[in-house]
Design a binder for this molecule. Structure first.
Ligand code: ARG
Length: 253
């Protein structure tokens, strides 16, 4: 009996569990999950002037949390550090406009899709680029290890010195504006938002049919079924009650 109570105390005192992340509950008894992100990705996840992490992805996760009955705390990791943070359990899951890919599915689990996107090309207004294949002999900037990076690597070759791969998407766009790249390729929402918010920079966007539909998912540590079930429960609810569509403006099948 004594042993048992020591075990129980030992268990209750810890703030992390073996499956990683936080196991804390607040006074209302709701589980609080730690959510990692790369808050450089307006309008999806970014920082306001006060340093609060905001954006469409954040609104979606807040709605999922409300629907499934848990609390969230966001932590900004940056893009590449986000993946090990999920893997080693520092965060319970990641939201970051992360496209569900077969390759990532080998190392992580993904929630049901909550958003549809595609790649988009951004070039100076006077560029002669008209389609993706026109980029074959150009210098192209991308955010490193994103799906944009992948499609460009397929066209130019994985190790091509013409690929300018940067830590963040805004940096990739800056490289293009500064003339260090002829075009940027990235997720449509982010490219469109950048262009809309920088009307003084003369830019144009180019769509291409070869870009496949991409589905964003919330990313959890492989095998963490508990968190995955909770997230999918919330996603299912906000799909059913119209909340997801209210936030994004479109249906996700
Ligand atoms: N959807 C792309 C991918 O999954 C880009 C996501 C980048 N997200 C970010 N917050 N930087 O590769």
């Amino acid at each position: 009996m004594a042993c048992l109570s020591i075990l129980l105390i030992g268990c209750g005192a810890g703030s992390t569990n073996s499956s990683g992340g936080s196991d804390a509950t607040n006074s209302g008894g709701k589980k609080k999950l730690i959510v990692g992100t790369d808050a450089t990705y307006a309008p999806m996840e970014f920082m306001d002037e006060k340093g609060n992490i905001i954006g469409i992805d954040i609104e979606i996760v807040n709605a999922i949390a409300e629907a499934a009955g848990f609390e969230v705390e966001y932590k900004n990791y940056g893009w590449e550090p986000l993946f090990p943070a999920v893997d080693n359990g520092e965060v319970d899951f990641a939201v970051s406009s992360i496209t569900i890919t077969d390759e990532r599915k080998q190392s992580f689990d993904f929630s049901d899709p909550y958003f549809i996107a595609n790649q988009l090309i951004l070039v100076p207004e006077d560029s002669d680029v008209e389609s993706f294949s026109d980029l074959a002999d150009k210098r192209v900037s991308v955010q490193i290890n994103t799906t944009g990076h992948l499609v460009v690597a397929d066209l130019l070759g994985k190790t091509s010195s013409k690929i300018v791969a940067t830590e963040t998407m805004p940096l990739a766009i800056t490289e293009m504006i500064n003339g260090n790249a002829d075009a940027s390729v990235g997720d449509n929402a982010v490219i469109i938002d950048y262009k809309a918010n920088n009307p003084n920079v003369k830019l144009k966007t180019i769509e291409d049919d070869s870009f496949e539909k991409e589905y964003y998912g919330l990313m959890v540590k492989k095998g963490n079924q508990e968190i995955l079930d909770l997230l999918n429960e919330g996603i299912e609810k906000i799909k059913a009650n119209g909340k997801l569509k209210e936030i994004t403006g479109f249906d996700v099948e």
